[in-house]
Write a protein that binds this ligand. Sequence first.
Ligand code: SAM
Length: 370
Amino acid sequence: MKTLIDVFREVLLERGIKSVGALSKRFRKSRDRLQEIALEVFNGKGAVFHIPEKTFIAWDLEGNRVEGSHYAYAPLCMAGKFEMVLGPEELHSKLPEWPYFIIDLYHWDRHSQREKGRLCLQVNLSYSVLRRYFTGRELAVTWINDEFRRMFNGPLNRITPYDGPTAEFLVEKGITEVVLLDPWADEVLSGKDFDTKAFIIGGIVDTSGTKRKTTPKIAEELEKAGIKVRRRKIVLKGDVSGVPNRINRILGIILKMIVEEKDMDEAVYEMQEPRHARWRLRKELPKHAIRYKVDGRPYRVVERELFDYYSSWLKIRPEDFMKVLRELDLIALDGRRIHHLNKISNVRIINGKAYRIILLKKAAMLCYNC
Ligand SMILES: C[S@@+](CC[C@H](N)C(=O)[O-])C[C@H]1O[C@@H](n2cnc3c(N)ncnc32)[C@H](O)[C@@H]1O
């Protein structure tokens, strides 16, 4: 899917423009200068002008610094002074129809004040995520009320706020079918879903665990109003555990899949924080545990090399691995040592579980050998 910067670049190239500068120092420190310039043009703040003398600095269309340019971004008030080569209206007319990314605040009243604050922050962060790819206007927030307006610190005028129900918003936009991101769904989100005109993410922050299974309720509401809902989950190697569940991160995953064409596991990895990775590791490590009884004392052991495997798809550092081992009361040993322990032990079933039994004398020999 084309991004705002792709469109901006295309239009400039059509006009034979290969670099753009600025008449002020404004964009010199920003990371995505061209995207920032394109956004300013989109928001009607300025335009690209042809100027008689080269600017002091400029950037090529990949964002690299070049010698000055005869084309520069400047505020719209310069329109009388220089010839405009790309202004807001024209940029608007060239933009494709991007889908809406809707944060549905249907469950707003079920949140504590603290959760409401977090929800507002996540909406704001979602705007920042979207404006890296598109314009930010594609972010719609439905069911908003006065309390949300008061608490929200972000730029309401640059997103699409809607006071009424999501279904009403969709009807107004002529949208009859949506994709609802739902961790409880049976089906996994895939490329087949990217044709939708609206993705819906539940505006839910669940720090207390009291809003379990609230996302499917959003689907019920929409279906009652005649909207067809495709419920889809995001998984990491087949399981929702380890998928970051904050709204802005879910949005980031979808955008990485749609725009950057990353596969789901890669997109999840890039949006993961170590704490999400630890959730999953807690589920994974016990699957590898080998039970030993050394002189009657039970131990559960895993291979130390598992760190290399799991760190290839979970964002864990050695300290995360150690933390999870401690929490689960597991011991990590080199594969070589485990192989040795297995050689000197016998398997016995105790209370339905398999244990490898080691006699103390043999264990002492093992330590001596190691
Ligand atoms: C913090 S989650 C709330 C989950 C809620 N407690 C529940 O049990 O339905 C916020 C939103 O992120 C989205 N989300 C979180 N994890 C997801 C996943 N693994 N797959 C799809 N969507 C997810 C959903 O839209 C969800 O409503």
